[in-house]
Design a binder for this molecule. Sequence first.
Ligand code: 0FX
Length: 241
Amino acid sequence: MKTLIVTDNEFLYKNFLRIIRKVNLEFESFDFRYSNNNSALKIKYERSDDFKPVNVKEELECIINTYELVISLHCKQLFPKKLVENIRCINIHPGYNPYNRGWFPQVFSILNDLPAGVTIHEMDEHLDHGQIIVQKKIDISSWDTSESVYKRILEVELELIEKHLSNILEKKYKAFTPKFEGNVNYKSDFNDLCHLDLNKSTTLKEAINLLRALSHGIYKNAYFIDEEGNKIWVKVELEKD
Ligand code: 0FX
């Protein structure tokens, strides 16, 4: 059986390789691809025979004819209906379904207090939607930022992959349907959050939550426009005593 792993996340790609070795699976039964519009990975892996670009939509027929299982490991392409209906497709998702499905789940969990975590699920045509194979919740503390929660999410993703990969490959699991549809956030919702309205009245608690939800290492997310029209980037650092 041949499995296609599509990922746009180099950290997860490298760790997936490590896990394959650790749990004694055959490298030959996996092919690894990244999205063809991922220019950073394209430059880095230009000469690689093991990690190549793919356009899931354009190469649909070939994928359907070659693989028995496709795993999206933070792949930024939407899988077409025909793909998910013809092959078992699994999503390794950095959120606790069905809460805050879609874009950057932990950012929204900091804001709306809905559970954060990791979900591995069978994919259907809807975004981050389908029968859940396994999931694990992550607690968010008052001193967390998007970055600190995301770091824990990655750790839990690797933990669940290592624990469940063999069973997932052999389809030895009982998946379940979530009891409700939950909510979805899009990239545009994140972009809207980033533009801070200086005239908005809010509580300090809400303001701190918004800023820590948008503070993530080197990323320039939150900003305001000052009276001279300058764009000013904002991030916060929190430290527990
Ligand atoms: O790969 P990923 O961790 O996840 C995203 C979606 O959130 C997820 O629902 C989807 N399944 C997956 C395919 O794509 O995203 P990333 O590596 O681009 O970003 C990781 C974190 O970094 C993100 O959760 C928040 C932070 N970040 C990222 C960017 C690009 C920012 O704070 N600002 C940014 O501009």
